[in-house]
Design a protein around this ligand. Sequence first.
Ligand SMILES: [Zn+2]
Length: 221
Amino acid sequence: MDPRDAILQQVTPTVMVPLYGAFEPLGKLGHRFLSAGNGEWLEVRRSWLYARTRNLSPGAVAKPYGQVTGTIEWLMPAVPVELFKAFAQMARASAPKEAAAWITWNELTGEFSFKPVGVRSASEAAIHFDRPRLDEGEHLVVDLHSHGTGKAFFSSTDDADDRGEVKVSVVLGHCHQERMSTVMRLCLLGKYIALEVESSADGAITFKESNMSKQSSDTGR
Ligand SMILES: [Zn+2]
């Protein structure tokens, strides 16, 4: 085997889900593919997240493998609502131009940070920026950008920008209005799962898969 293939397959293997034995979740950081009786799945682990999502529905030929379920497990604390408010203010001040920022979480200190993104050029349609420098143990967890006075949605440009990453992505729109529009999703290496706010108790926000998204994934999206 070409040594490059050996490395690729070792780092990102496809694993057959046992039919009789217990399934052992991915224990280290990274991602792998699961071949299961109920489809092909992507399994991802970061210091702040563990997730499984179905990538493909089962084919016509049954596979003699076990089944897995979709899950999103947050391994970081709830995100302080102040950081979202800081971005809403920034987006309002920038409208009609776009604004962008990151919320990061440091697994060594347990702290969240708000990082305004150095915007090189902002128009009403697109934004180009330099990625913030991160400290040791610090990870991008929420990627925020605004659509100025336009509505919040994930554009084809957003899809292309988010494809290779594992993060929560949030868009704010109608930034000139009292009540802004917003959409949010979990990005898993090109797979997108719509999110909604589960709770904003104690000044911090947790996310969950949106019910609409759940219905479509249950039917083997
Ligand atoms: Zn956008």
